[in-house]
Write a protein that binds this ligand. Sequence first.
Ligand code: FAD
Length: 439
Amino acid sequence: MRGRLLSTTSSLTSSLRRPARPLLSFTSRHATPLAFSSRLIHSRATDFLPANLPEWSDAQRSVREAIAKIVTKYPDEYWMDHDTEHKFPWELYKDLADNGWLGICLPEEYGGSSLGIAEAAVMLQTIAESGACMNGASSVHMNIFGLEPVAKFGTTEQKKRWLPPLIAGKERACFGVTEPNTGLDTLKLQSTARREGDHYIAKGSKIFISTAQVSEKILLLARTTPLDKVDKPSRGLSLFYTDLNRDAVKITEIPKMGRSAVDTNVLFFEDWKIPAEDLVGNEGDGFKIILHGMNAERVLVAAEALGIGFAALRRASQYASERVVFGKPIGSYQGIQHPLAECWMNLESARLMVYLAARQYDQGYTGGEYANAGKFLASEAAFKAAERAVLTHGGMGYAKEYHVERYLREATLSRIAPVSGEMIKNYIGQQVLTLPKSY
Ligand SMILES: Cc1cc2nc3c(=O)[nH]c(=O)nc-3n(C[C@H](O)[C@H](O)[C@H](O)COP(=O)(O)OP(=O)(O)OC[C@H]3O[C@@H](n4cnc5c(N)ncnc54)[C@H](O)[C@@H]3O)c2cc1C
C-alpha cells in the first residue's frame, strides 16, 4: 500500500521539483526529550511531536513520548491510504491496545491506567498531531472516553463484564445519542425503550453513529418515560450499554467529507431486545449520566483539533522554508510568514485553555465554561491553521500529496461535533453572561 502511494506521489514530486516531504523522526528530534530548558520556545511548528512543553506534568510528558513512538510508525501516507480506501486503521488500534493505552482513563482494577483527562488529552492530541488527525483519534476516542459513564455509574458486576474486553481491544463500542429528527435538541430524542419483564424493547433511529461498523457494543440513550409524563424534559431518558445486535439494528454507512477511515452510520431498530441488566445507572437518569462526561469529551475533542492544527502548521512552515519563488523561500515573505505566526499564537492560546479545562475536570470541577470555550477556540484555531497550510502550499495545497487538504477536511469536523460552535456560544452567553435563552 505504502509503496503504491509513494511511487505515484514521488514521481509527481520530483517532476515538479517541489520541496521534499519532511522526513519525520521522533527519535532524531528527541534524543533528550526531557532535558529541556524551560526557556526553550516550545511547540515549534517545525518540531515533530515535541515533548518538552514546560507546563506539562511528568505524566503528560511520558504519555507524549510513549504515544509519539507508536504513532511515528504510521506516516501520512498510511492515513491518506486509509482515508481514501475507507479502511479502519486496525494496525494503529491494535498497537495502542497491545501497549495498554485503550484504558488510559479507566480504573486499574479492570486493566486500565487510572490516569486523568489531562493525560488522555495528550494521548489524543499526539495521535492527531502525527498526521493521523481525526482518522487516528476517532478510532480509539470512544474507548478512551466513552465508558466513563459505566466506570462512574455502572455496578461492579457491569464493570467486570464490560471494561476488561474494551480495554484489551477485544471489543469496541460506539456512542448512540444523535437522532435524525432532533439534532442538537437531545432532550427531545424520539427513540424509545419499553420495559417488558427482564428486558427492554427499543425502537427508533440514530444518526452519525461513528464506528458502528466495527463495534460489538453500543452506549445507547433512549426515552423510557414519554416526554409528557415527566416533570422535567431531562428526566425519563435512560442509558444502556449493550450488544449492537445486527439482527435487530440496520446499520447503513454515511458517505462523508473526511475522516473516512472511520465509519459513521445511520441506525434503524425495531423490536430490539435489550436485557434489563444492560441499563446503566437508574432508569430515567440517562441524560444526567451522559452530561457528567460531556466536559471531558469537549476537552478530548479539543485536544484532537489542536493536534491537527499543529500538524498543519508543521507542514506549512516546512514547505514555506523550502519552496523558492521569486528567488527567495516563500516563508520569508510576510504575507506567508505572519498568518502562520498568528496560527501558532491562536493554537497555543487555545492549548492553554484546553489543558486548564482538563486539569479542572480531573480536580472535580463541574462547570463547563472552560471545557466549552477550549473546544471552540481549539476547533477554530485548528481550522484556520489547516486552511492557512493549504494556502501556503499554493496549488500543492489543493493536491493530495502534501496532505494538508486532508487536514483541512478533518479540521472541519470538530467545529460541528460533538457540539457546534453556535451551541457553545449559546452556553457561554446564557451560563457565563447570564443572557436570556433564545430557543
Ligand atoms: C463525522 C461525524 C461523527 C459523529 N459521530 C457521532 C457519534 O458517534 N455519536 C453520536 O451520537 N453523534 C455523532 N455525531 C453527531 C454530532 O454530534 C452532531 O452532528 C452534532 O451534535 C450536530 O447535530 P446535528 O447534525 O443534528 O445539527 P442540527 O441540530 O441539525 O444543527 C444544524 C445547525 O443549526 C445550528 N443550531 C441548532 N440549534 C441552534 C440554536 N438553538 N442556536 C444556534 N444555532 C443552532 C447548529 O449549531 C448547526 O450549525 C457525529 C457527527 C459527525 C458529522
